[in-house]
Design a protein around this ligand. Sequence first.
Ligand SMILES: Cc1cc2nc3c(=O)[nH]c(=O)nc-3n(C[C@H](O)[C@H](O)[C@H](O)COP(=O)(O)OP(=O)(O)OC[C@H]3O[C@@H](n4cnc5c(N)ncnc54)[C@H](O)[C@@H]3O)c2cc1C
Length: 644
Amino acid sequence: MTNHATPTRLESGVPEGPIETAWERHLTTLNMVAPANRRKYSVIVVGTGLAGGAAAATLGELGYNVLNFCIQDTPRRAHSVAAQGGINAAKNYQNDGDSVWRLFYDTVKGGDYCSREANVYRLAQCSLDIIDQCVAQGVPFAREYGGTLANRSFGGAQVSRTFYARGQTGQQLLLGAYSSLMRQVDAGTVKLFPRREMLDLVLVDGHAKGILCRNLITGELESYAADAVVLATGGYTNVFFLSTNAVNSNATAVWRCHKRGAFFANPCFTQIHPTCIPQGGEEQSKLSLMSESLRNDGRVWVPKKAGDPRPAQQIPEEERDYYLERRYPAFGNLVPRDVASRAAKAVCDQGRGVGPTGFAVYLDFADAIQRLGEPIIRDRYGNLFAMYEEITGDNPYQVPMRIYPAPHYVMGGLWVDYNLQSSIPGLLVAGEANFSDHGSNRLGASALMHGLADGYFIVSYSIGHYLGTHRPEKVSTDHPAFQAARDEVRARVDKLLAIRGTKTVKQYHKELGHLMWDKVGMSRSAEGLGEVIGEIRALREDFWKNAKVTGNSADFNKDLEMAGRVADYLELGELMARDALQREESCGGHFREEYRTEEGEAKRDDEHFRFVAAWQWQGEGQEQVLNKEPLEYKNIPLKQRSYK
Ligand SMILES: Cc1cc2nc3c(=O)[nH]c(=O)nc-3n(C[C@H](O)[C@H](O)[C@H](O)COP(=O)(O)OP(=O)(O)OC[C@H]3O[C@@H](n4cnc5c(N)ncnc54)[C@H](O)[C@@H]3O)c2cc1C
């Protein structure tokens, strides 16, 4: 018997009135906690990446008691450290026509008109403060000769607004956030809990009141209570097995919150990045990104003739197809990622791909080196070139790089309102873990902006509002809700360890990755999606019968860690396919083969699908209910995206 909730229309809480002043006006309506009262409240922040690290430091600075958790041995190793190319901000230092409005417009258009206008406008506004904050922390952004901050271009924009620190922008920003965080640790407002994996959220009277963690070193199950929880646990791209994300990135925290009642928004909106080093073989467990910043100077091409066996240098200019420059003259090599990825797939499907597998295109710096000289190129991209050479053995100063699209980022995540409040009161979600700002395609250099806007400038107001409104009663880990959650988590861990099958967890993950890439990847069809739902279910059933999970729970156990994550991916993967199936249109990174323009671009159906799909868990073995948040475009007229 089913016990389905009735689908509801979700309210974003965006203030009425002009978008330019929406955030400022909204702040005046929020409740607050007085400085002297903040120390009476504790807040759990899960995640120490740019979103979590910034949120924990800011809440600590305000005087709350913050408990900050991460999987790694130190906050500095959160996945944000890997970000290479840069962070967007509408400073208009180049005097090339940028503005808050233009960044807002580019981001909405880049997301193929699938994001919430007011969130994106606020993001563009916050971008200005982010750069000031980071510079004040000492983040060593690249500078011009005269000392002003330098900018470069990223996809989907005709201005240069990307601030960068060589190819290590994420690392430098994370060190900035980490310095602020450690200042609070020293001041006693933030307590760090590294090497912990959150396995469940604890609710009391429907409000988030704490978390359960596995201590990854001792195996002990630990309980933590607080007055509110902020989740900043990153994205779920590793559902594809091979991706550019850190191997430890996972969906467990968001998925377990989903099962406790947090709606999951637009799970099928995933980003396949066009410039990654192609897969080298079946034994590989990770893919490496070549930053989009390289497309500032690198030119993308393939031979005009299918199956051309000649090395790149022997193919004369007139026999090369610079297909992005040809198809999109206005944006050229800097079209957004979804567009560039699809174009790369199309030329490879025509048999014009290069390299041993035929699944690669060239990214060529010969022209730029001739024009600017090698030292300038080395200065701009030295560490990325070195990384490429180390991985492939080819010297990109001499031969073009070979690149191919790969899973990279997720625009989907837990549903949040304008306050970053999820559908569970007291559970806020920040950074890549929420769905809020990028629609169906994220523009390059906008994820760092999103994480830091949430962490430094939004979460703190929302926490104050939540606590000031509800004035929550203290709950301790002795509460029966904690005991019940502990029993459930323990039972699941025991169940995993009791399978004692023969097939490794990695094999299941790989098989799931193949299914996701083939049928929920760069292009999707009703037929493939219909099939893959059954295939994922069959794989999941097999997992719970045949997976080989070694060791025990009272110890360091990497196998157990991975098993829990793969079990979650096997559920999330199905939801992604169902979401992709219900969305009978193409938009951004969600490309349904049935819905394309005559020129092969994504064709939206604004009449029927201009909504955020927010899925609601209904219990094991039951299908989630689809709730909808209608998207209203009052400031930017909806139109077919064009980068020509
Ligand atoms: C190779 C690469 C390059 C990129 N380059 C750029 C770029 O140049 N510009 C840009 O804007 N974006 C870039 N991105 C995207 C960007 O890096 C990410 O979207 C962003 O850093 C995510 O930050 P976050 O704080 O939301 O999550 P993360 O940095 O992923 O942090 C997640 C945190 O949550 C913790 N965590 C996760 N699960 C649990 C759990 N169950 N229990 C406890 N803790 C948990 C982790 O330990 C970690 O501390 C890049 C991404 C990749 C993969």
